[in-house]
Design a protein. Structure first.
Length: 194
């Protein structure tokens, strides 16, 4: 689902840029590779990079029971709800730096206007699960965090925005066991003689 979430974001953003007459190239890739021999393909692109994953702790303790339609209860592990930290960079240099800033402003404008995404209602034609749903919110870093981020990515800082992509659900849907539903509880006390 992580790949589908980023693909949906990429497809929706590409459609918005086309509507706004901006033929920017978008790519899901590791921006940390920019200054390597394989990073030349990232130049003059808007790059979407996953930089961190965290589990949403508020939803961690969900019930493992699910009622089946056949009068039984099945037990399965609860899904993991993830928050993805996504770095969107405008990787343009030299004379194109102003273009990078313009495109970053377009990205922020798009994500300010559309914060909720769903695989069921996508108009972009992205091949994603209809169950996929997430929201995006701008995630502000301190100067110290920015320094650590770009230091760990091993590159020079380019215009960027960090977003927190909330609640991607990942589950195996593996049924652990199935038992009949308890329909009645007998609360009578019986005497036992010893």
């Amino acid at each position: 689902m992580i790949d589908q979430a980023l693909s949906l974001l990429q497809a929706e953003l590409a459609a918005f840029l086309i509507e706004n007459h901006d033929p920017a190239l978008l790519r899901i890739d590791n921006i940390g590779l920019t200054e390597t021999s394989s990073g030349s393909s990232l130049t003059d692109h808007i790059v979407i990079t996953l930089v961190n994953i965290e589990e949403e702790s508020a939803l961690k303790n969900q019930s493992a029971m699910r009622r089946s339609g056949n009068g039984k209860v099945s037990y399965e592990n609860a899904p993991a709800f993830l928050n993805l930290y996504v770095l969107i960079t405008c990787n343009y240099f030299g004379d194109n730096y102003i273009l990078a800033l313009q495109r970053l402003a377009l990205v922020i404008r798009f994500l300010q206007g559309k914060t909720s995404f769903s695989g069921a209602s996508t108009a972009s034609g992205a091949a994603v699960s209809p169950d996929l749903r997430f929201t995006l919110e701008l995630y502000t870093l301190t100067f110290e965090q920015i320094n650590h981020l770009w230091g760990s990515l091993g590159g020079r800082q380019v215009p960027f925005a960090m977003y927190k992509l909330r609640l991607v659900s990942i589950t195996d849907r593996k049924r652990l066991r199935e038992v009949p539903v308890i329909e009645e509880v007998d609360t009578t006390i019986s005497k036992f003689s010893i």
